[in-house]
Design a protein around this ligand. Structure first.
Ligand code: SAM
Ligand code: DTB
Ligand code: SF4
Length: 363
């Protein structure tokens, strides 16, 4: 059983070790629990882009900021199937479908997402969704459709979260993770570094994640992609050393999780990425686009895998394929659940400023 009661001080001690010691320790933990030459490859697909009501300061999809993205309605199931087949053919074992929603609402759109899950599951791919907050009933229905993983990031420490998002609280995130845990869907939860948080915030986020019982099956570590028009547009990109330290520390405190080297790879050299794999990253997002921002070209990634002798992980190598119940057996049963997601509504100056700037630009 992995240690569950990590403290901030213990994690900071690890994070701040001399880099060579940290790398050696993390790589040793990694080798004990994983094949160091296998990396899981996921493809992201934005099934509903832009127009999100939330004010996440990092996100180009928040309706209130003036970013240069093309928004769209929920994608058709046939299009998702075609994209999934493309992803599979290019070596991905998992499709992660993202929607720019605050939370899932029962109804037509959710039924369509369930169809997408059934369809991708039938292609023998691991299916992941990231749709915002979900109730227990919604998580259960996703599980019955054949969902393999649900991504819901804590993103930062509880304290710093309030500096970045005002439209929901940290507890909402924990509650959603809890709802997913009540099913057999695996939990994917991690965060972003480079938003102006302190190292203590990074450690506190790892305290939260590593104390989840059980720990998440996968943990994405994103380097902020600063997008023009968002409140965090002027943020300096993170140094590779910080990414290596964060990934190494995540590996040590969560030895079994699949650590995903997520957003921000276009800002990193191949040598930098190789160091991340060495210290414990064993998953990436592939494909030339993340949700709305660029990602390295697939051919570049294949060349990197070849140079490093890495091989892609097969689907369901770390868990059984979920059984997907047919639609007729998973009809919506209203449970009378009244989700009470919070709206803390405090003001974040830079988020307000970005909103006003966007308004002025539209006039
Ligand atoms: N709306 C859902 C939610 O917020 O949970 C799902 C989609 S949201 C885009 C998924 C994750 O993408 C966020 O939690 C955040 O970690 C990551 N993300 C969004 N914008 C990013 C950026 N500019 N740089 C790095 N990561 C980002
Ligand atoms: C995660 O942790 N990172 C992915 C995925 N989960 C959904 C998203 C990264 C988004 C980066 C900004 C964009 O492309 O819009
Ligand atoms: Fe919306 Fe998710 Fe972006 Fe926040 S991170 S604005 S909830 S899409």
């Amino acid at each position: 059983m992995p240690k569950q009661n990590w403290t901030r001080a213990e994690i900071l001690d690890i994070y701040n070790k001399p880099l060579m010691d940290l790398m050696y320790e993390a790589a040793s933990v990694h080798r004990k629990h994983h094949d160091p030459n296998t990396v899981q490859v996921s493809t992201l697909l934005s099934i509903k882009t832009g127009g999100c009501p939330e004010d996440c300061g990092y996100c180009p999809q928040a309706a209130r900021y003036h970013t240069d993205i093309e928004g769209n309605d929920l994608m058709e199931v046939s299009h998702v199937k075609a994209q999934a087949l493309r992803a599979k053919a290019s070596g991905s074992s998992r499709l992660c479908m993202g929607a720019a929603w605050r939370n899932v609402k029962d109804g037509e759109d959710f039924e369509k997402v369930l169809d997408m899950v059934r369809t991708v599951n039938s292609l023998d791919m691991e299916v992941c969704c990231t749709l915002g907050m979900v109730t227990e009933n919604q998580a259960k229905r996703l599980a019955e459709a054949g969902l393999y993983a649900y991504n819901h990031n804590l993103d930062s420490s509880e304290e710093y979260y309030k500096e970045v998002i005002s439209t929901r609280g940290y507890q909402d995130r924990l509650d959603t993770i809890d709802n997913v845990r009540k099913t057999n869907v695996t939990v994917c939860s991690g965060g972003i570094i480079g938003m102006g948080e302190r190292i203590e915030d990074r450690a506190d986020m790892l305290v939260q994640l590593s104390n989840l019982n059980p720990q998440p099956e996968s943990t994405p570590i994103n380097a902020l992609v600063p997008v023009e028009g968002t409140p965090l547009e002027d943020q300096q990109t993170v140094e590779i050393w910080e990414m290596v330290r964060m990934i190494a520390t995540t590996r040590i405190v969560m030895p079994k999780t699949q650590v995903r080297l997520s957003a921000g790879r276009t800002q990193m050299s191949q040598e930098g990425q190789a160091m991340c794999f060495f210290v414990g990253a064993n998953s990436i997002f592939a494909g030339d686009k993340l949700l709305t921002t660029p990602n390295p070209d697939v051919n570049e990634d294949m060349a990197l895998f070849k140079a490093l002798g890495l091989k892609p992980q097969k689907a369901f190598e770390k868990g059984d394929k979920p059984v997907s119940k047919p639609k007729a057996q998973t009809e919506h049963q209203p449970l009378g659940e009244k989700p009470k997601w919070s709206r803390p509504g405090h003001k974040i100056e830079r988020n307000e400023a970005a909103k006003q700037k966007a308004k002025a630009a539209k006039l």
